[in-house]
Design a protein around this ligand. Sequence first.
Ligand SMILES: [Zn+2]
Length: 173
Amino acid sequence: MAVPPVLTFLNPVLMRKSQPVTRFDGALKTLAEDMLATMYQEGGIGLAAVQVGQLKRLIVVDIREGEGEEEAERRSPAVYVNPRIVESDGAIVTEEGCLSVVEFTAEVKRAEHVVMEYKTLKGETRRENMSGLKAVCVQHEIDHTHGRLFIDRLPPIKRQMVKKKLAKLARTA
Ligand SMILES: [Zn+2]
């Protein structure tokens, strides 16, 4: 199993739109497994394929709710292929971060409840109702598949400030 590195802010690939998955083969399964390995290694709760340089509409999520047990025992990985939100309701503001935007978090407003349609690794169509943190997480990851980062959802003036600061940080890193 490979643990591909995460692309970070200023990498132009992150701004590109991912393509729908059409082949549900072993390579897709391997990519999902590699993405999960990266997500766990980096301590994230979600990852989109574009973040490891693959322009495919594929996301992995594990919000690992609960406390008191070993992190590894609480894992419940989910893989969603060609995910899209078909219904959304309510509003929730949470502090978001991103493995591709290091050392920066910001409050972002999103739908509190969503119904997501997606395909499994075998190509079967499914729907899932989600609320709260999981709903926020899949909205964040689906944004990645459209070439958007969470900072793109900030008010314009704040967004410009943040992008300048992050660009400076990236250059001096
Ligand atoms: Zn992200």
